[in-house]
Design a protein around this ligand. Sequence first.
Ligand SMILES: C[S@@+](CC[C@H](N)C(=O)[O-])C[C@H]1O[C@@H](n2cnc3c(N)ncnc32)[C@H](O)[C@@H]1O
Length: 218
Amino acid sequence: MFARISARYDLLNHLLSVNIDKRWRRRVVEKLKPSVSHESRILDVACGTGDLSIALFENIGARVTGVDFCRPMLERAARKESGIAFVEGDALQLPFDNAVFDAVTIAFGLRNLSSVEQGLGELRRVLKANGRAAILEFSRPVVPGFRLLAAAYCTRVLPRIGGLISGSRSAYEYLPDSVSRFPDQEKLSAMMSETGFADVGFENLTGGVAALHTGRRA
Ligand SMILES: C[S@@+](CC[C@H](N)C(=O)[O-])C[C@H]1O[C@@H](n2cnc3c(N)ncnc32)[C@H](O)[C@@H]1O
């Protein structure tokens, strides 16, 4: 699915979110910045076309690795920034040793995994002790009226425009579908704690349309 839409992925991200996606990724960088340095190793899981990896690389100057299992997405990422190692691999079985990264991120990736629990377990496994995890994902808008509006946008507008521009309407029908099945803020926080993350917390972005979850490997 991601291979099919890779050519139009960035354009549609920015268009459909009216560029708010850039602000959300910048927030991930801001949140991680105090706990990492230019010497840190950061892994961006399900990096796709690399926008978060690049934001981390440019703003922190850290050694960034991006991993994704979709080669056409990775090829686009590599064309944008040569200073980052983009690696082909499965988020459910990351091709890295235990405890090697100072921080891990995953943006709009966890929702796509066949097992969220296993994905969280892998994020934890590759982190050093006290290493930070930042998970950016669509979530549940907190204001009821706004929730209805966001749902209508996602189910009616988004598949039409997404389908028209990418040529794959089903990919943009899958999006609201997968968001509705994904754990909300509280549930995902509980899952992170169960996986063995400490200092688990989240902040809502754009009224909870997305949420930034953070935790530390205890
Ligand atoms: C919605 S895109 C997000 C890309 C990027 N992180 C961003 O913020 O734009 C989801 C990405 O997850 C990747 N993905 C889904 N399942 C995966 C898995 N099991 N292992 C690695 N990557 C996966 C897809 O290939 C796709 O590039």
